[in-house]
Design a protein around this ligand. Structure first.
Ligand SMILES: C[S@@+](CC[C@H](N)C(=O)[O-])C[C@H]1O[C@@H](n2cnc3c(N)ncnc32)[C@H](O)[C@@H]1O
Length: 396
């Protein structure tokens, strides 16, 4: 059986949950690096990783690792690759050169991609008398050459579109969280789908939809359209095994989530957009949506996990009145009053006055939301005693 070497890319802050996901899939040699997790797998796990990983943003399949102390060596080594096993004569390609260090004598991104392009094109010319064609917009093979410490890791992007693009979301909300980030948050919180989940400021519904997918044991990218994964356009594509892996995923999904999933928002338009997204993700019938002001409504269950991504900056002031401090204080008051027995995980900007929530977080998880430094603040809202509850047991 061939061992495939892979690199899964993710934000630095969430690579730990990505490594856990890989372990659960049966990947081996899992090695966390900067903004990446290296791993090895067989061909089945290769396809499962593309279909199931929730927190990875990209997957790269390593073609070859070699010494590349200078341009000449980079070219010579790349020239020895049997390029025909990766792309066919009709396929187009692009190469992204990534220098992993700076300084004198270090090859630039341009030099790296140019040398590999020459090696690839010369190989095709020699073998079939035809030059492979570069396409920077929509290449069949998107190659990535990472050079550091005199070594090159040459890989091909097998995920294609970024993996946060699950295929269900419209652009009807101005500030949605990335699907991969929502899933990573839920994974960090230990959510397994067996406790009620509520996002009271759900916007386009990302957190709740990702939760529903997890609770049902659905494969995260099962609704991507044919041709959207990078591997589908490469000669190494095993369409039979890919079909089998997809069928197994469909069969393995649960009939219904073990616990309910609730989502609400103050805006009727956003709730409508969230519902439409859930329909596309085919989880809508397992979810309860409502238009509601968080501060005016009751908890939807006696206990559960509340996860939400707060509005921030001008949106708090402009649309919803009050200043930041009073907004955070109101959140804290509401949690204290109506959410005892719950665990609440609130995603707030690092520079916001979140301390006005007035509760001591049990965990503060540093994350980046786009480029904004944020914290996922976890509050355990004990009902009376601090005894372990079934909720704690499921999530801890
Ligand atoms: C940052 S957005 C959430 C984005 C969401 N995570 C997504 O992926 O689309 C914050 C949301 O809070 C909602 N919101 C603000 N104040 C609210 C309130 N008092 N009750 C309920 N929702 C509120 C806004 O309408 C907005 O959609």
């Amino acid at each position: 059986m061939t061992t495939i070497k892979m690199i899964a890319i993710s934000p630095e802050e969430t690579k730990d949950v990505l490594a856990d996901e890989l372990k659960a899939l049966g990947a081996t040699a899992i090695d966390q690096q900067f903004k990446a997790v290296y791993f090895e797998c067989d061909e089945r796990v290769f396809y499962e990783a593309h279909l199931r990983l929730r927190s990875a943003s990209r997957l790269l399949r390593v073609i070859k690792e070699f010494a590349a102390k200078d341009e000449r060596m980079l070219y010579d080594q790349a020239r020895r690759i049997n390029w025909g096993t990766i792309l066919g004569e009709e396929n187009t390609f692009a190469i992204e050169g990534v220098p992993g260090e700076r300084g004198e004598g270090v090859m630039t991104a341009n030099t790296i991609s140019k040398r590999i392009r020459e090696a690839l094109q010369t190989w095709f010319e020699d073998k079939i008398g035809k030059r492979a064609v570069v396409d920077l917009q929509d290449p069949d093979a998107s190659l990535v050459a990472f050079v550091r410490g005199g070594r090159c890791i040459l890989s091909v992007d097998t995920s294609g579109k970024s993996m946060h693009k699950r295929g269900y979301r419209s652009d009807k909300h101005p500030a949605p969280i990335k699907e991969t980030m929502a899933a990573a948050m839920l994974l960090k919180l230990g959510y397994k789908g067996d406790v009620p989940l509520y996002d009271p400021m759900c916007g386009s519904g990302t957190v709740a939809i990702e939760a529903a997918s997890m609770a049902l044991g659905k494969a995260a990218l099962i609704h991507r359209k044919k041709g959207e994964f990078g591997f589908e356009r490469l000669t190494l594509f095993n369409s039979k095994l890919w079909r089998e892996v997809q069928e197994d995923a469909r069969e393995g999904k649960l009939e219904a989530p073990p616990a309910p999933i609730f989502a609400s928002d103050i805006s009727a338009n956003y709730i409508e957009a969230a519902r439409e997204n859930a329909v596309r993700a085919r989880v809508e019938k397992y979810m309860t949506f409502s238009k509601a002001d968080f501060f005016e409504s009751k908890a939807p269950a006696p206990s559960g996990l509340l996860v939400t991504n707060l509005p921030y900056g001008e949106r708090i002031k402009g649309e919803f009145g009050g200043d930041d401090e009073s907004f955070f204080k109101a959140i804290g008051d509401k949690l204290k009053k109506d959410y005892s027995g719950w665990r609440a995980a609130i995603l707030a900007a690092e520079d916001s006055p979140w301390k006005f929530i007035g509760l001591k977080p049990t965990r503060k998880i540093r994350l980046l939301n786009g480029s904004i430094p944020v914290r996922l603040l976890v509050f355990d809202l004990y009902s009376g005693s601090k005894k372990k509850t079934p909720l704690n047991e499921s999530l801890d």
